[in-house]
Design a binder for this molecule. Sequence first.
Ligand code: WTA
Length: 655
Amino acid sequence: MSEPEIENLLSETRRFAPAREFAAQAIAQPGIYDEAEDFVEFWSKQAKSLHWHKPFTKALDFSDAPFAKWFEDGELNVSYNCLDRHVEAGWGKRIALFFEGEPGDSKTYTYLDLLTEVKKAANLLIKLGVRAGDRVAIYMPHIPEAVIAMQAVARIGAVHSVVFGGFSADSLADRIQDAGAKLVITADGGYRKGKALPLKPAVDEALANEKCPSVEKVLVVKRCANEIAWDESRDLWWDEEMALVDKEHVAQGFSAEHPLFILYTSGSTGKPKGILHTTGGYLTQTSYTHKNVFDLHEGQDVYWCTADVGWITGHSYVVYGPMANGATQVIYEGTPDTPDWGRWWDIVQKYHVNIFYTAPTAIRTFMKLGSKVVSHYDLSSLRLLGSVGEPINPEAWIWYRDVIGSGKTPIVDTWWQTETGAIMISPLPGITETKPGSAMKPLPGISAAVVDDDGKVVGNGHGGYLTITQPWPSMLRGIWGDPERFKQTYWSRFPGKYFAGDGAKLDEDGDLWLLGRVDDVMNVSGHRLSTTEIESALVAHPYVAEAAVVGASDATTGQAVVAFVILRRSQLDHTGSEADITKELRDHVAKMIGPIAKPRTIFVVSELPKTRSGKIMRRLLRDVAEDRPIGDVTTLSDTTVMDTIKTRVGLGAED
Ligand code: WTA
């Protein structure tokens, strides 16, 4: 965030006390913070609301810090907790999923339906040779089979690595290789923006030329019936195979520290990190937070989180937290603008959605479109709104509450990360007074501190770096295959504390305002991208000699990718305009990483601002990208370089 934006944020004075009627029925009741004074005891109590095949005797072992073990000698089965126990409790007929396909098809799954499918899928995985601990890559559209596949992998103790369907074949191949996945589950395609978007071809490309030797089979869900290539020795249709397997499967217990999934996320180096989560602690915190932060009254509420299963929000607040709580939820395959911008609100009206969870980018997009789009729909069922993924500016917060929430719904601004696994900082509805733009305070059982450069805790009214000071159940257990990088990345900057990579400020009341990333990670539409990763993709193109990427503020997407490149003129094999070249480079990034990483703007420059030691000064490039006066240039090796760049940028291509 830029300085003026931060100032604007912190001058916010509006306050919203919890409504009395809401508070009276709320799941979270006052006293909960006091109850959590002993955090280990608190989480231990929450964990006991899960079903344990074998009870744990010790809640936390942090003797090998920063590697934590929660509930380690206990055994549970995640899928049993999400499905079987609800059916056994007599809720088999309760709706688990209302699926809405983008073309308008819809399908409903009860808990019993889902359990039956997951049992079959578990048997299918076993038939294909998948065993506990094996990795399975999932590259799917946002359809029920993705949820079924994840639950089935979890059920047999295997480990899923879901790769968002918007990632390229190269990104998919990297992730398959890093995890050593044995099986890939995909679909022929998925619907997006009114079209069938093929997925299987990217899997074919990722596996071509023996690039991923660990993969034995590819299971393909038929969603769009689009033409796809077929490898008889490797590819299998999901439907055909599911018809052949047994319907019965008994879930067995695994240690609470048994791995559940790997999810890759961008860090400040070029190589994405495989964040590892395990079962008992993860399910404890995702289910607790889902119930208390969203005030879920199971059997009554219809809940909808718009995140794709390809992101952590889709893991924790579509697949695991809600299902562990026996929630009834909506999943929607497509984009909010198809067939028109009323689509989401039409879905809210159709399914009488009560609890709605989305990202600030989406809220700002709707705000820009104006309230009219929304006014055609009956949104009176909504009683709680959530926000996640990036800082929400006060204007968007107020608009969300006024227009989507009819001026009455509580808003929970939830701060967390792929690494934290579950919500960490958020108001509790019915208890916490809210301030537009503030995530307020750590949840019960969570301890955070804002510290200065030297790691000293700052007082109220001051800003610094956000850290977490005590272990929490859903914390990452490491980076897949790289324990050193785990320690280095998260625990070395401030010894003994987990450093989240975010800046934050405590206001005079001690409430938290998140100020965005302080490292080389960008946040575009709530999706994490690393500047280095995109720079590596750019310099891999023969035209590019050097590249620097910055995240520039963007009114809709929060940040946008802006690249500065120095061309290798001798390599240009066509005489096209600079606009043609930058278009080619943007497409190249989309091909290497995925369309979400495509730079919004590429500026061709002749030099980059560097310090005497050769470090690129991204801060100055950000000034250019955000079109404001250039900051202090005295540490540059050549102080005139910024003038040259400023003269050049008029030629940048944008669309
Ligand atoms: C940012 C998404 C401000 C933050 C769940 C964090 C937020 C990164 C918020 C994690 C919020 C997430 N307010 N910033 N409520 N929620 N962030 O791993 O910078 O995709 O470090 O997890 O998103 O992104 P990730």
